[in-house]
Design a protein around this ligand. Sequence first.
Ligand code: PRP
Length: 216
Amino acid sequence: MRYITIALAKGRLAKQTMEILKKLGIICPEMEDKDSRKLIFTNEELGFRFFLAKANDVPTYVEYGAADIGIVGKDTIVEEARSLYEVLDLNLGKCRMCVAGPESARALLDSSLPLRVATKYPKIAKDYFYNVRHQSVEIIKLNGSIELAPIVGLAEVIVDIVETGSTLRENGLKVLEEFMPLSARMVVNRVSLKMEQERIRKLIADMREVIEQKDA
Ligand code: PRP
């Protein structure tokens, strides 16, 4: 039997996904060893192989077929814009994409004055400001701790994900606009979905059942 390879965005999402799979009897005890630096795990009996990757790389592995399936946030899927099938909402890691900044930036946002936008998501930010708000802005790409940008004067506002809102609050910033609801999704390689249709469809249906029970 050919392995079905699943790429997981490492971190909390990978753990929560493995919990769903555990309920289906798809387990990988090796993966639970916290001291291990191993990146790839197999369940020989059921023919599954899992690996942990940086979230941004998950869509790449799946597009090229190095993984049949990927589990990753909608934010990353939209930003990476790879050619994939999105087949399931895991209802995990729910958050939203927002424009945020100090209250004083609200007026600036609605003016035609120059605006700098710091973000880890340049494509999403550009699309929102150019195509939805029809506003020409300067996008500044950062790789983390985005909330720093308006505080130290690198940008007036940020585009970032907000979950509990505590990072913004603790840094004196506010959500100014909310524009994209987000959660973790399952994506599938186009060829794999045809070649392994039966096994993948069954996995999707079984996972959907666990997710619905959990959310009921
Ligand atoms: C994300 C995001 C915010 C924060 C939002 O950062 O970029 O900073 O979480 O969560 P909250 O609304 O619950 O406070 P992450 O922790 O991924 O780290 P990063 O700053 O390195 O990107």
